[in-house]
Design a binder for this molecule. Structure first.
Ligand code: HEM
Length: 464
């Protein structure tokens, strides 16, 4: 069971005068029946309609289309799945069936020795020194984006701005600035696939994934084909020697050195899509939600702006560490709006988690969306309070009660890249504009594979 002393923070001084409870979807009083998840808003939005008790209990077992699913929120149990008894938990076969037509056996979906080899190949690119070396290109992309913004007070879709910027950064940092990767069509295709994620899960559980004739699924299949074809073309043009001396070139060469030729060529495409999509979509969401949280708290925004302006005098590689308040604001925004709101594992052998018996083949569902807002883990859980991440408070946290980037050996390989990138972009945004939430408007969070604001994040932006 959970060690209360480690995981529950003591009372602490409140940072701003007015409490801010950021927008979240409707909750219901009690557990709805499982079939409700197959229709309407619950199908489109995984964070909609959760029952209040889900934010109080540490484990709950449900039967979904013949699968036994354990929703586990106890940090000790999550640690067991992700780290302590990791060998017993793989990505579920059902999840692989959903994502493998897009990302094949790339780093995100591979298991065992295939995974280890790929992780070893890419890890050096994301080490702290390597990320610091990419800081100037991250900063330049942020500056270019801000330079296009209107000078007067205007509604600005910060979600779209974030996507443009993070796409440009991933294309430059990893793929030698390939222009196909910054094509606005790519963003539309990714959006179409994400919109279909809930439905894709249900039809795949029913074994009907390629048969569903609905417009949503047809669009998603066409978008998947566009992405796969585009990245296959990029890989073909580079050839087995990898072409340029960049991340992608090195990846292609290393794959050809360690896997048979046909498999290496396929894995190059799988990883191109993996890094392209995972490498910008999540960070873009983190940026949009952080911008919203700051737009709703002007005093805190002012404090972060001062910090950002001072940091801009430093070389880009040194800025992230020079903005402690902005770091805490980003961490708190990732708590309230985890860009990856859920993932699953499948048990290979029986186990026990949070007092619940787990059988071979059972699914274990881990929801940062629930864990990060759990009432037994976070005082006043739905309230924004960045001081939760002040160094002394952070040191008292259970390391598996806060997992925006996952945990254990499968922890996000791009976590540092994403954090530095987000902080550098926010610094440029804040130095240039003062953001406010338009009167009477609230964002509408939608959970699919990621956590997006439906219809974007149209904040008011005026010169700062
Ligand atoms: C705020 C931004 C990001 C968030 C919240 C995020 C979140 C996550 C999470 C939760 C996982 C683990 C999922 C699981 O265990 O099932 C993960 C894995 C992964 N992420 Fe990220 N990510 C972010 C940015 C990035 C970036 C920038 C890249 C690459 C440039 C990236 C590439 C990956 C890859 C390749 C994996 C699979 C790692 C493995 O299985 O070894 N992510 N990410």
């Amino acid at each position: 069971m959970l060690n209360a002393r480690r995981s529950i923070e003591p009372e602490r001084a409140v940072a701003s005068a007015v409490a801010f409870y950021p927008a979240q979807p409707r909750r219901v009083a009690d557990w709805p029946s499982v079939w409700r998840g197959f229709f309407g808003e619950r199908l489109r939005n995984t964070i909609y309609g959760w029952p209040e008790p889900a934010f109080d209990v540490f484990a709950r077992t449900r039967r979904v289309l013949g699968f036994t699913v354990h929703i586990v929120s106890d940090p000790d149990a999550v640690e067991r799945v992700m780290l302590g008894n990791k060998a017993n938990y793989e990505r579920p076969a059902i999840a692989r069936r959903i994502i493998s037509p897009l990302i094949g056996n790339g780093l995100l979906s591979a298991e065992g020795e295939d995974w280890r080899k790929q992780r070893r190949i890419v890890a050096p690119t994301f080490a702290p020194g390597a990320v610091a070396a990419m800081a100037p290109l991250m900063d330049a992309a942020a500056e270019q984006e801000v330079a296009q913004w209107p000078q007067d007070c205007a509604r600005l879709d910060l979600a779209a701005a974030a996507t443009r910027t993070t796409m440009a950064i991933i294309a430059r940092a990893l793929f030698g600035s390939d222009p196909r990767l910054v094509d606005p069509a790519a963003a539309r295709h990714i959006e179409a696939m994400l919109a279909a994620a809930g439905q894709a899960r249900v039809v795949t559980m029913l074994g009907l994934q390629d048969l569903d004739p609905s417009p949503t699924m047809r669009r998603a299949r066409a978008s998947r084909k566009w992405l796969r074809d585009t990245l296959t073309q990029v890989v073909r043009e580079r050839g087995p020697q990898g072409g340029a001396d960049d991340f992608f070139g090195n990846l292609i060469r290393a794959l050809h050195g360690q896997f048979p030729e046909a498999e290496a060529a396929e894995l190059a495409v799988d990883n191109a899509i993996t890094f392209y999509v995972a490498g910008h979509e999540t960070t873009a969401n983190a940026l949009a939600w952080t911008a919203y949280c700051l737009a709703a708290q002007l005093q805190l925004q002012e404090e972060c702006r001062e910090e950002a302006r001072a940091a801009l005098a430093l070389p880009p590689g040194e800025r992230a560490a020079a903005m402690p308040t902005l770091n805490q604001v980003l961490e708190e925004s990732l708590r309230l709006y985890p860009p990856a709101p859920r993932w699953d594992r499948e048990a290979l052998a029986p186990d026990e988690l949070a007092g619940v018996s787990v059988e071979r083949g059972d699914l274990v569902s881990i929801w940062p969306w629930l864990i990060h807002r759990h009432r037994k883990l976070w005082p006043d859980a739905d309230r924004f309070d960045h001081t939760r991440f002040a160094p002394d408070a952070k040191a008292r946290m259970h390391r598996f009660q806060y997992l925006p980037f996952g945990g254990g050996p499968r922890v996000c390989v791009g976590a540092r890249f994403a954090t530095v990138e987000a902080l550098l972009i926010l610094a440029r945004w804040l130095a240039a504009r003062r953001f406010t939430v338009p009167p009477g408007w609230r964002p509408d969070p939608v959970g699919t594979v990621t956590l997006r604001p439906r219809g974007g994040m149209p904040l008011l932006a005026e010169p700062a």
